[in-house]
Design a protein around this ligand. Sequence first.
Ligand code: MSP
Length: 649
Amino acid sequence: MEDKKTFYITTPIYYPSAKLHIGNTYTTVAADAVARFKRLTGYDVMFLTGSDEHGQKIQRIAEEKGVSEKAYVDEIVDTIKHLWEIMNISYDKYIRTTDSYHIESVKKIFNKLYEKGDIYKGSYEGWYCTPCESFWTETQLVDGKCPDCGRPVETAKEEAYFFKMSKYADKLIEYIETHPDFIQPESRKNEMINNFLKPGLQDLCVSRTSFNWGIPVEFDKGHVVYVWMDALSNYISALGYENSEENLMGKYWPCDVHLVGKDIIRFHTIYWPIMLMALDLPLPKQVFGHGWLLVDGGKMSKSKGNVVDPEILVKEFGADAVRYYLLHEIPFGSDGVFTNEKFINKTNSDLANDLGNLVSRTVAMVQKYFDSVIPAPVCKDVLDNELIDLALKTPKEVEKAIDEYKLPEALDNIWNLIKRANKYIDETMPWALAKEEDKKERLGTVLYNLSETIRFISVLLAPFLPETSEKINIKLNVQCASWCSLASFDGTKAGTKVEKGENLFPRIDVEKKLEELEKIREEQSKKAEKLNAPKMRPIKPEITIDDFDKLDLRLVKVLECEPVKKANKLLKFKVDLGGEVKQVISGIAKFYKPEELVGKYVIFVANLKPVKLRGELSEGMILSAAKEDDSELFVTTINGELPAGSEVR
Ligand code: MSP
């Protein structure tokens, strides 16, 4: 028996640093549609996704939360897997970079490259963007900030291992130029060659010593493997490369396509191929860089409060409505926009009107005129040819579009057929045929043609809208949903019973739903604000008014202020307490220059027992308000005119 053709497709592995938003969902939904389509058309598919769990950022978040890194990532990975479940993502394998088999591979890859002389020890000095886990040279920074995310960068100098990227640069340029399909779309290829490869590649720093949440370098324990080298290796460690998992390298490598967002195309088309060249492995057949999903004309960000939560959309409208919008409305390869209004309008027009009505009208007519049984097509007419020809032509068009990763175009082709079928109803007017006794056979043929067209549509839609396709199959009792069955227009068996079933896409009241969504968003951002608000220290045990009365708080005027020698946290104040001068030592030098408070009226605890601080007498205390972590502090000053020595109560 001939071996099945294979197809290996990957998404990037996600950082478990925050909840995923609709933009992240995009890559995975697109990969899922392609993977499902390839399975449908007879391929043995390996669809890989996962999470990228090491690095300084994760270590910092876990430290802030006071939990172990592993406990932190475990929790987030559960939320990612849950999202893929509700979005109907049909991945074949979920890889975590904390999985032991992956760690085993990365250690071996690092050793192999070191033994080969492609990795050497040096020292690194430069700019590092922690959120992106990227090193940058001075010239790559934009306005002194990270060119990828625009956030501030930090200087970093440390002993590090380097990977000899420069050694392979010419070979890579030649590969890219002789393999026009390797980087897609075309514009991304030019960007990589002109902006990164032609100016000359620097050797890549591939180990860090300033944090330890990573895969240790086996022969030099203070070092962990740089996250991108760790992360990119997932594409082969998942296939059992240099580890104890089942070895699927022979079956699936080289990968057919790495689907990635445009922000990480550089890592996939420069670092990754060079790593593979150094390992003597073939390069992936293609890296496809898709565009970004924008909201309010820009990127989604927590601080702007414009993050679109895919879970809410799925709960409100179903996974298929979300999948349809992502796959159809974003030109694949370019940026696209998401707004709730556009999303609801599209759901109404394309899904409820075009598709929903076609199916419900056809089923209702079969029920009404033929007692729910699909009739035989015994009375053909030239009017049918256009519809049938289009149905037979559409699968090839869809396949062509998918092979070029033109996902919106694939859906456009299916919608042409849906619209043509709706037009066929208007042209043939089954309700008029039903009124004439001698037109029964013609009416039966029209309804057969519609049922068969809907079967075509259902098969074609399965990769994109899997739930809807299943619902249609139930309504029309579809027996044959294979790709091959689309070679001829006779897969529906006359005599099959249809059933009404549930409405595919109920019409949405746009205004009402928009208001509801806005309310949900407000509630969510309030919740997030609460969660992010600094934690307040618990209130101390209750006191009585008599306890409070023991304090003698007075208004004092600051006469002089100077630093305390050899104590860089302390300031020495002379204050006027209504004619009497007092000396106070206060640990606020980090927040005020000495001259800043001179002349100000501040609140003073006047009856505090005097103490000596660094040899200086302190006869009271100046009140101030401070953040819990002491990162900010303000002395309480008084506006208004009262004489020094006035009581504060
Ligand atoms: N961990 C790396 C990938 C390592 S792959 C070896 C990473 N992770 S990520 O979680 O930040 O991003 C995952 C994917 O989401 C990327 O393809 C990225 O481009 C994509 N997107 C993030 N925001 C996006 C939009 N707003 N729109 C579309 N895709 C976006 O990068």
